[in-house]
Design a protein around this ligand. Structure first.
Ligand SMILES: NC(=O)c1ccc[n+]([C@@H]2O[C@H](COP(=O)([O-])OP(=O)(O)OC[C@H]3O[C@@H](n4cnc5c(N)ncnc54)[C@H](O)[C@@H]3O)[C@@H](O)[C@H]2O)c1
Length: 458
C-alpha cells in the first residue's frame, strides 16, 4: 500500500468512528479519538499501588463526583489558572501553596469569594509543597512554579497518590522527562501538561478538520513561539525574577510547547506517529544588545554577556516522514505569533489571521477559517463569546482547557495530553540544545512511549 493509500485507509476508518459525532451540529474533540472506547482499567493513582511499569497511554481517570484540587505556585500563571478553575462546577480548591504568603492569601480570598470554604495555605518555604502533596483530601495538584521546581513537585505529588497538572514546559532535561514518565507509570497517576494552546478556538477547529480529512494527508507544519518577553528591561517581580536565568546558561529553544503541542496533535504524535529527530541552529545575537544599549544604564545589565544566540530554528522529522519547523524568538520586534501552519495533500491552514487554502492549483486562494465554523467549531467552544478577536483571549482557552480536564476526571476518560506528550513536547527543548552543541547535527528523540506510539497506527 502506498503512503497515500495507507493514509486514506486510516482516514476512512477514522471517519467511520466519527460518523455519529458528525451528525450533530457541533463537532466535538471529546468524541473524536481522545476518549477511545478501549477497555483499559481506570487509573488507581495512589501512594499504595505496587510498582508497575505498565503504560499510562489511554488509561482512564477513575471518575470523580467532585474533583478536589491543590495548587502550588499562585504567581502570574497560577492565579490565572485559579480564576479559570473556580467557575467550574464540581470542583473544590482545598489547598494553596506559594513561598510568598501574600500570594497565598490572595488565592484563598479568590476561593472564598467564589463561595467555597477557605483552602488551607502553605507558605513555610521552598519545600512546604511536600506538606500539601501529603494531604489525603486532594485528587489533582496543579503546579505553576518556575521551571526548576516542576519535576520535584510533580514527583512528590505522584508519590503521594495525586494526579498532576503541570505548567509548560513540563521538564527541561531528558532525565527529568523520563523521571515523569517512570513515576506516572509506577504510581498510575496521570501527569498531564497544561498546554493551553491546544485548546485555542482555531487549534481545536483545525484539529477537527484534520480528523475529518479536509486537509488530506498531513505532510508538514511550521510553528513558533514569537513573543517579545525579553525585549523589556530586567524586571524584579513575577517571572522576571527567574525566567531570564535559564537563558543565560542554555542556548536553544527553551519554550517549545506552545507551538509544538497543537502540531503534535495534528500529526498524531504518540498516537500513530512520533517525533524522530531534531536539528537546531540559532542566529547571532544582536537585538538584545541593541535594546540594552538604548535602555539600560552602562554596566547595569545582568544580561549583557548572556543570551549568546537569538533566534532559534529547529527542524523536526517524524517516523512516518513528516517535517516540522519550530522557531523561538523572545527578543526581536515582531508581533506575537505562533505561525501555526499545517500543510496537507488537499490544503493548508495558517494563523494570524486564520486562513485556509483548499482545492486544486487553479483554485488556490486563502479563505477565512470562519467559512468552516458551522461544521467544525468544537462543541467545547459553542457559546463562548470571548472569541470575536484574533487570537482568542488567553482566558478563554484556559477556561476550555480546565473544563475539559475536569470533564475527563469526572467522566472517567483518559486525559487529552498524557505524560508521554508532556515528555515528548518538552524534550524538544533540551534536544535543541544538544543539537546546537553538535553544530546543528540531528539528534534523536527518545521514544517515551517505549515503542507504543507507532503501534497505534490506525
Ligand atoms: N501556559 C501559559 O500560557 C503560561 C503563561 C505564563 C507562564 N506559564 C508557566 O507557568 C509557570 C509559572 O510562571 P509564572 O509566570 O506564573 O511565574 P511567576 O514567577 O509569576 O509565579 C511563580 C510562583 O511560584 C512561586 N514559587 C516559587 N518557588 C516556589 C516553591 N518552591 N514553592 C511554592 N511556590 C513557589 C513564586 O513565589 C511565584 O508566586 C512557568 O512554568 C511558566 O512557564 C505558562
Amino acid at each position: 500500500m502506498s503512503g497515500d493509500q495507507e493514509q486514506s485507509a486510516r482516514l476512512t476508518r477514522r471517519e467511520m468512528l466519527k460518523t455519529s459525532a458528525l451528525a450533530g451540529a457541533g463537532f466535538s474533540l471529546s468524541r473524536l479519538g481522545f476518549d477511545r472506547e478501549w477497555l483499559l482499567p481506570g487509573s488507581v493513582c495512589s501512594s499504595k499501588v505496587p510498582a508497575s511499569a505498565g503504560t499510562m497511554m489511554e488509561v482512564k481517570f477513575r471518575g470523580y463526583d467532585t474533583v478536589r484540587v491543590g495548587i502550588i505556585g499562585v504567581g502570574g500563571r497560577g492565579s490565572e489558572l485559579l480564576r479559570a478553575l473556580l467557575p467550574i462546577e464540581h470542583i473544590q480548591v482545598r489547598a494553596i501553596c506559594d513561598i510568598v504568603k501574600e500570594q497565598v492569601l490572595i488565592g484563598q480570598k479568590a476561593v472564598t469569594d467564589a463561595g467555597q470554604k477557605e483552602p488551607h495555605g502553605y507558605f513555610r518555604g521552598d519545600h512546604d509543597f511536600e506538606r500539601l502533596c501529603s494531604r489525603d483530601d486532594l485528587d489533582i495538584i496543579y503546579i505553576a512554579t518556575p521551571w526548576e521546581w516542576h519535576v520535584p513537585m510533580a514527583l512528590s505529588a505522584m508519590r503521594n497518590g495525586k494526579h498532576v497538572a503541570l505548567e509548560v514546559p513540563a521538564a527541561t532535561t531528558l532525565e527529568d522527562c523520563w523521571a515523569l514518565v517512570d513515576k506516572s507509570e509506577q504510581t498510575r497517576c496521570h501527569c498531564t501538561m497544561l498546554e493551553n494552546r491546544c485548546y485555542g478556538h482555531h487549534e481545536m477547529m483545525v484539529l477537527n478538520m484534520i480528523r475529518d480529512g479536509v486537509f488530506g494527508n498531513i505532510l508538514h507544519g511550521e510553528t513558533a513561539y514569537i513573543h517579545r518577553v525579553h525585549g523589556l528591561p530586567v524586571v524584579n517581580e513575577g517571572e522576571g525574577l527567574w525566567r531570564n536565568f535559564p537563558h543565560m546558561k542554555r542556548m536553544g529553544n527553551l519554550y517549545p510547547t506552545h507551538g509544538l503541542g497543537p502540531l503534535a496533535r495534528y500529526m498524531d504524535i504518540n498516537r500513530g506517529d512520533r517525533f524522530e529527530s531534531i536539528s537546531s541552529v540559532s542566529s547571532i545575537a544582536r537585538g538584545l544588545a541593541l535594546h540594552e544599549v538604548a535602555r539600560m544604564p552602562a554596566g547595569k545589565s545582568m544580561r549583557k554577556a548572556c543570551f549568546g544566540r537569538e533566534i532559534n530554528t529547529s527542524v523536526i522529522t517524524t517516523a512516518t516522514g513528516r517535517t516540522v519547523t519550530l522557531q523561538h524568538d523572545i527578543i526581536d520586534p515582531r508581533t506575537y505569533d505562533r505561525l501555526s501552519m499545517v500543510v496537507g495533500t488537499k490544503g493548508a491552514f495558517r494563523d494570524y489571521p486564520p486562513m485556509v487554502c483548499i482545492g486544486r492549483p487553479e483554485q488556490d486562494a486563502w479563505t477565512t477559517l470562519d467559512v468552516y465554523k458551522d461544521r467544525y467549531e468544537d462543541s467545547l467552544w459553542t457559546g463562548v463569546r470571548g472569541c470575536a478577536g484574533n487570537p482568542c483571549r488567553h482566558g478563554d482557552m484556559d477556561s476550555i482547557m480546565n473544563r475539559r480536564l475536569i470533564q475527563c476526571m469526572r467522566e472517567g476518560l483518559a486525559p487529552d495530553i498524557d505524560v508521554y506528550d508532556a515528555a515528548t513536547w518538552s524534550a524538544s527543548g533540551p534536544l535543541s540544545i544538544l543539537s546546537m552543541e553538535k553544530g546543528g547535527a540531528p539528534v534523536q528523540f527518545p521514544d517515551f512511549t517505549r515503542g507504543k506510539a507507532l503501534s497505534l497506527r490506525a
